[in-house]
Design a binder for this molecule. Structure first.
Ligand code: AMP
Ligand code: MG
Length: 488
């Protein structure tokens, strides 16, 4: 049976072993390939087919029981600020199998998550629960469908072993695909624990991998900081567009390539509340919905801090230079956020007059007062949903009139606005009550029918297809005490 599934060409090893520990995944008892993302496999050009033999090989490899040809399994070292506090971390329950080169010549990390302990596991068991891995699969693929940069999910394999959390649960291994797993925390690690030469080498490596057009720049560290800043602004604006709350924006969970990842406690907001938090451990609301841009900026200052020694020999000058870059954030964010919100109500970037900005503010205020559903309010404006409840109020009717007036004033109209909005406002999002419902169905009965129906709808969230209405209704009593958990 051929193990040649990936086109591995792993470059991370070239950094030397201060950046990782070579470690094999731990064997699991009864692996079963529960989910396999055929579309992604095709995109990646994996050597698989529908045969039983191919499936068996995949099961063995994606459970960690066998190594694929060319694999150099490793756990990556990184540190990070968790809820503001610096700490040493590293892959405690993830193992990078290798870097796969796709037919388009792009490089992707292929990582197993929940594949057993590593030298960085500390007290953890290195394992993951089935429910948490299904959740990551579902939400990451939903994010991809929404057009948001994200880690992808290639597979979920059940292990046939139990995992001990608050209660006993089924174990599983997820295969995660990312441009890389280089994080802000990777640089904090290099700065804090390694030599200046290693920090330089790491910066150079990262630029080569993600921003090669900056290799010629006269200040590589500063260029990297700026590129990551731009990517993060773009990413956070996407999150704000769809009501996504990441929930654990620690610096070790912020990707240098600007992809969303680490889907532990994330959730989508139903009723609009800027202070909304779902994560059970985020008691101070550090990672609340409206705090996300501020936290991204804070995380970028950690990246800047880690790069200071190599930005300039003169540390006062280095701080000045870093500040100059960091100061781009507020204006750039406001500009992109405003453009995005404008497009959610049908205006183009060059139609964003003060009056339009006021119109957006008035809408958000009203939405907050009424806990209006974040997704459906824009669908109401887009005339996709039948007006009911608060959408029959005189405020909303007047707001719509005012909007039409402003569209006309800018030489636009409802039809043109419609075309813009359709690309911005999802018809379906992974609402919490549905996520829980479909995950429970798999966890309790092993039946994937409802999971796959939901996944299918989430993969094309801007398309008006049949049978999506069931996913559009907010939970009857709001989110109530819905809470999410880390590290499950
Ligand atoms: P996270 O909250 O998922 O970003 O994880 C933070 C850190 O805890 C990372 O270093 C993880 O590898 C580690 N970790 C989380 N869960 C486990 C586990 N079950 N076993 C070992 N390490 C873990
Ligand atoms: Mg993490």
């Amino acid at each position: 049976m051929s193990n040649h599934i990936f086109n591995f060409n792993t470059s991370y090893t070239s950094l030397g072993n201060s950046f990782f520990e070579l470690v094999n995944p731990t064997h699991v008892k009864f692996p079963n390939l529960l989910l396999f993302n055929q579309a992604l496999a095709k995109e990646l050009g994996l050597q698989v087919d529908q045969s039983d033999e191919s499936n068996q090989t995949l099961t063995q490899i994606l459970s960690g029981n066998q190594l694929a040809e060319g694999s150099v399994p490793m756990a990556q070292a990184y540190a990070g600020h968790q809820f503001g506090y610096f700490t040493m971390l590293g892959d405690g329950r993830a193992i990078l199998l290798g870097e796969h080169i796709a037919p388009n010549q792009k490089r992707y990390d292929i990582q197993l998550k929940g594949s057993g302990p590593t030298p960085y596991s500390r007290r953890g068991d290195g394992r993951a629960t089935l429910k948490a891995m299904l959740r990551e699969y579902l939400i990451s693929e939903a994010m991809h469908g929404l057009g948001i940069p994200t880690s992808r999910s290639l597979a979920v394999v059940t292990t046939g072993e139990k995992v001990f959390r608050e209660e006993i649960q089924d174990g599983a291994v997820l295969t995660r695909v990312m441009q890389s797993h280089i994080r802000v925390g990777s640089f904090e690690y290099a700065n804090h624990y390694l030599t200046k030469e290693e920090l330089i080498a790491y910066t150079n490596y990262t630029l080569k991998r993600h921003y090669p057009y900056q290799l010629e720049s006269d200040n590589q560290a500063l260029s990297l900081l700026k590129e990551v800043l731009i990517k993060q602004v773009n990413l956070i604006v996407h999150w704000m567009r769809v009501g996504f709350i990441h929930g654990v924006m620690n610096t070790d969970n912020m990707s240098i390539a600007g992809e969303t990842f680490d889907y532990g406690p994330c959730a989508f907001m139903n009723g609009y509340d800027p202070a909304k938090v779902f994560s059970s451990i985020d008691t101070n609301g550090r990672y609340a919905f409206a705090n996300q841009p501020g936290i991204a900026q804070w995380n970028l200052s950690c990246l800047a801090n880690a790069l200071l020694p190599i930005i300039d020999e003169d540390q006062t000058k280095a701080v000045e230079l870093a500040k100059e870059v960091l100061n781009i954030f507020p204006n750039l964010y406001t500009e992109e956020y405003t453009a995005m919100m404008g497009s959610k109500i049908g205006f183009t970037k060059d139609q964003l007059s003060d009056e339009v900005v006021e119109l957006i503010k008035a809408l958000l205020n009203w939405m907050k007062e009424n806990q209006a559903d974040y997704t459906n309010t824009f669908l109401q404006i887009q005339s996709v949903l039948i007006p009911e409840g608060i959408y029959t109020s005189s405020f909303f009717a007047e707001w719509l009139l005012k909007r039409e007036e402003l569209l006309n004033k800018h030489g636009s109209n409802i039809a043109q606005a419609q075309a813009i909005m359709q690309l911005q406002n999802p018809l379906v999002i992974p609402r919490n009550h549905w996520v829980e419902k479909v995950l429970d169905a798999v966890a309790f009965t092993g039946d994937l029918t409802s999971f796959n129906y939901f996944l299918n709808a989430l993969q094309s969230p801007y398309q008006l297809t049949t049978n999506i209405e069931i996913y559009q209704a907010p939970p009857e009593n709001g989110d109530g005490f819905y809470a999410t958990y880390c590290g499950t």
